[in-house]
Ligand binder design. Structure first.
Ligand code: CTP
Length: 399
């Protein structure tokens, strides 16, 4: 569960107190947890307990009264790898079934990009009522995963079916979901991804670099990990973090260091995705001391850096190799030349001319050209969605 983003929705039932144990299990397994409480649920579990255990602020209302800030349901929906609503009361269940949207949790449910699973909890007669069966069937047909209520003693003192599944059961269902999402074509395969800029030293305090944030490469790594790949992410300087049991994150600074790390892993890998913005040149001599401003003019002699992608293409055996092309003009023509010169299977093109695409943005607009002469353009999307498009293209290409 390392690095998985779990959004927990808590509604107003007595079983809400048990969610503290579920949060502990998730946190211990390495997941990141955020919680949204319906207004009624804070009578059953304190927001302070939830925020302390999850390590994140809790969302309850659409806006925070103290500072007037907005809890953005769309952002929650984009952030989460899964929404788990537990306990799910009859009231929230019926609202979900009809599309009602009168609180933050319901708005987030309607904004979810990924799976929602629910663990209903109520008294036995409520659970057995035809309305509940009808609403559950509706949710199931809407694609919601249902963790059925269990038999046992209920808060009313009665015995029967209606108890929320135990936190351990809910945890196992979340694990099962992530396991089921792993793609057999990608699961267990080894992928090398290069990401970010490289910094080429001029002296001990100065370097030549570029504006690459590394976001695209990290998003691609995240998607491969979700599909069960073993990922070696070789990244130039960036502030981005990523953790996963199947991830080896190697941080480098220069193009030469990046090449060395790629060479160590290349032979044993199945896919290579080279998204790094590698500096084409580096200073011929790196000054040992800080350069003083003694002259009115100065020049730095630059020499060519190794082309890492070209090296991988020349040493390609079983691997599928994907390169990137960031161009400002003659996009397709330049990309085609790179595809052939570097012996790529396909090339992902983007241009700084498209608003929202390229360096630093959270969005990107790409087209893909492959060595079978297929060309496909995509819409402007979040980098996570672009990463999914690239991996889907790879699956299609390799099948
Ligand atoms: N690349 C690389 N090593 C380099 C330069 C580029 O691995 N020294 C990779 C990039 O990660 C990207 C692809 O090559 O996948 C295209 O990079 P780009 O700099 O656009 O192309 P170049 O071949 O360097 O051509 P030019 O600078 O003339 O556009």
């Amino acid at each position: 569960m390392q690095g998985k983003r779990i959004l927990l929705g808590i509604t107003g039932g007595i079983a809400a107190y048990k969610i503290a144990f579920l949060i502990r299990l998730l946190k211990k397994s390495g997941a990141e947890v955020k919680c949204i409480l319906t207004p009624a649920s804070s009578d059953f579990i304190s927001p302070l307990v939830v925020s302390t255990l999850s390590g994140n602020p809790v969302g309850i209302e659409f806006w925070n009264k103290e500072d007037g800030s907005w809890n953005n349901h769309v952002e929650y929906g984009l952030w989460a790898d899964i929404l788990v609503i537990a306990p799910l009361t009859a009231n929230t269940m019926s609202k979900m079934a009809t599309g009602s949207c009168d609180n933050l949790l319901l708005a987030t449910y309607l904004s979810m990009k990924s799976k929602t699973i629910v663990a209903p909890a109520m008294d036995l007669d409520m659970y057995a009522h035809p309305t509940t069966s009808r609403n559950l069937a509706q949710l199931e047909s809407d694609g919601v995963g249902i963790i059925p209520a269990e038999d046992g003693e209920l808060a009313s003192g009665l015995e029967g079916t209606g108890r929320m599944a135990e936190p351990e059961t809910i945890f196992a269902k979340i694990e099962d979901y992530f396991e089921s999402k792993k793609d057999p074509m990608i699961k267990g395969k080894k992928v090398i991804i290069t990401a970010g800029p490289t910094y080429e030293n001029i002296d001990p305090v100065r370097f030549i670099g570029n504006h690459s944030s590394g976001k695209m490469g990290f998003a691609i790594a995240e998607r491969f990990l979700a599909d069960g790949a073993e990922v070696v992410l070789i990244s130039g300087p960036t502030k981005l973090q990523l953790e996963d049991a199947n991830l080896t994150l190697v941080r480098v600074r220069t193009a030469e260091e990046m090449l060395t790390e790629v060479q160590k892993e290349w032979e044993s890998c199945d896919f290579g995705v080279f998204s790094a913005a590698v500096a084409d040149y580096r200073p011929a001599d790196v000054a040992k001391e800080k350069i003083k401003k003694t002259e009115d003019e100065m020049s730095i002699r630059l020499i060519k850096n190794p082309d890492i992608l070209l090296w991988a293409g020349e040493n390609k055996k079983k691997q599928v190799l994907i390169g990137f092309a960031l161009e400002t003009n003659d996009l397709e023509l330049n990309a085609q030349k790179k595809l052939h010169k570097k012996n790529l299977n396909f090339i992902v093109m983007n241009t700084l001319m498209d608003p929202g695409a390229g360096f630093g943005h959270d969005t990107n607009k790409i087209s893909i050209l492959d060595d079978r002469n297929n060309f496909r353009s995509f819409e402007l999307k979040s980098k996570i969605e672009v990463a999914k498009d690239i991996i889907d293209y790879l699956k299609n290409y390799s099948s």
